[in-house]
Ligand binder design. Sequence first.
Ligand code: DGJ
Length: 729
Amino acid sequence: MTTTTSAPTTPAIDPVTAVHLTAGGVSLLLDLTDGRLPSVVHWGAALGAVTGQEARALTDAAVPPVVANEVDVPVRLALLPEHHTGWVGRPGLSGSRQGRDWSPLFTVVDVALDAVDGSARDGGLATVGAGTLTVDARDEVAALSLRIEVELGGSGLLRLRATVTNDADEPYDLGELSLALPVPARAHEILDLAGRWGLERTPQRRPLVVGQHLREGRKGRTGSDAATVLSVGVPGFGFARGEVWGLHVGFSGDHRSWAERTSAGLQVVGGGELLLPGEVRLARDEAYQGPWLYASYGDGLDEQAQRFHRWLRARPQHPRSPRPVTINVWEAVYFDHDLDRLKDLADRAAALGVERYVLDDGWFQGRRDDTAGLGDWVVDADVWPDGLGPIVDHVTGLGMEFGLWFEPEMVNEDSDLARAHPEWILQTGGRLPVRSRNQQVLDLGRPEAYEHVLGQMTAVLEAYDIAYVKWDHNRDLVDAGTVGGVPGVHRQTLATYRLMDELKRRFPGLEIESCSSGGARVDLGVLERTDRVWVSDCIDPLDRQQMMRWTEQLLPPELLGAHVASGRNHTTGRMHDLAFRAGTAVFGHLGIEWDLRLATDDESDQLRQWIELHRRHRELLHSGDVVRVDEHDPSMLVHGVVAEDRSEALFALATVGRSEIAPLGRFTLRGLDPERRYVVEPVAIGGVADEGRPHWYGGTFSGRALMVAGLQTPATRPEQVVLLEVRGA
Ligand code: DGJ
């Protein structure tokens, strides 16, 4: 066994038998004795300084006794759970070579540590702050090599990934390569997300009982019903407190995550890609690399979310420029592309302070409705006889950026592309898949199909001054076979990533939005190469309050597309005041999706004020800590963003229902500096704050008083939001 570290250290005599990664209030203590795969001794709150002797004692303390009718040696659960140990839960690797080599026993051959901020050795224990541990292992008999990478970020977020290589001449059919992390026995309540089109990321809770809570995504995309973060916590955990351990699979294709409790008293959260039959067959020396899994511990859901947010914000590619206030024309014009009308919309938007204009679906050849055109990424000569130049120039002339919609992975049978290359449609052979939104999926794993889309997109992006692509994906993958009919979801997902990466390489500075029938592609795989997500096609603020709240379990507000739509919502038909619509949207990456010709002068004036308010606060909103208050009454959601230095905050009191009591009692805030004094002032736009006005409005209070004693809740009507500006006095 060799040990390498990036920083020169005193040569280590003892081999590494334990690794303590600790950063951002989190510790991961791994046991690596006897050349076995890393096994988690502790993942959770930071342990503080640990000596080599203490690490050994803790490792011993975690060993379960042998009980009747279990295997004679205590089951040692590794990051890749191995069946040969007697573990009878879900194994990390499943696969075979014609029925053989299906239960591997890996022995570690190399351990490497790459420490970001220093490392120390005490006997066999290596202690590292933020950094990466890479473990290489082999099974000589099964002729398989395995690499496990474990990375702890500065915020305390863990990333893990496994790679398996076939070392034999005979191919290896891989069924699954997943990793799992143990969660302590005191955690036995599951929280994950579900949802559907128009109502993405709805929370669901249930007890963790013996068996598996298994969430499989078989849609060829992340899915509006994806688990997103699958957490197990101590019963009753909330936003503010209660330990919780959660896992996110950073992948946009088929995937699974689960929580499992065995009758032998072990419990894990695990995840990986879901491979279809025959999808990954490894030839000699060929490797399969699983997606990154992200694991976040928190005392409360806010702390768990914060670890994701801070990690994302520390990435070099994270959008750092002020998020431009956007207008998207979809709900204003749909497929009706009329230059004068679109220019008029641009004029009105620019006058309100909008900074980016996005031309949605309908600009390309044959796309008069949703039955035709996908795959032909050339400007429609009938609708745009002079090309897109007139609208692009008009928009950029007004000082706004121009953005354009694409759906690169899709094809309509009614398109030149499908007529020329029907075989480029993903299919199992002999029949076409069932249509969805009248469309099929293009096999981007085929080099010719990939080049076609890349070429046409490049030509459009070169021809015009385009700063932003809204990248849509409007159907599940069904019967998604590639050449010869073999499943192609894995290949398709990687080809999409490649296409995004290549376009970003060709057009430095280009931003991409991940949209998929609204919010069906929200994951950290796509977010490695995109700059925001479209949360949902449903812009109804009542639903958006919930969707934003739960999407924030993974993503910070600056990555959430949040628009102000028309008074009567196009998805739900509900009517809402502008103040509720705008007061909900200002917390994300703000935009408008409304035919502004229909806005009254008063509404336009208020909208301008909301945009001003957002621009005034966006640095805070897009860099601060998200705080969600555990409700004092289900009819009201209290949430906000507090500056990292606690100097200021913006909070919202959103009335989402009606209570059996009125007025509600006092609400409390969270995340403030208890020793500091704050001026708390309601936002006056739209007159909501004047309703049911309590006596304290406009007062100065200590952070402690705001968090402990609280303030009387205003008696607003349902479906309204009162925003509170909180400034250090
Ligand atoms: C679905 C998206 O979510 C919408 O915003 C819009 O872009 C349509 N597709 C266009 O077809």
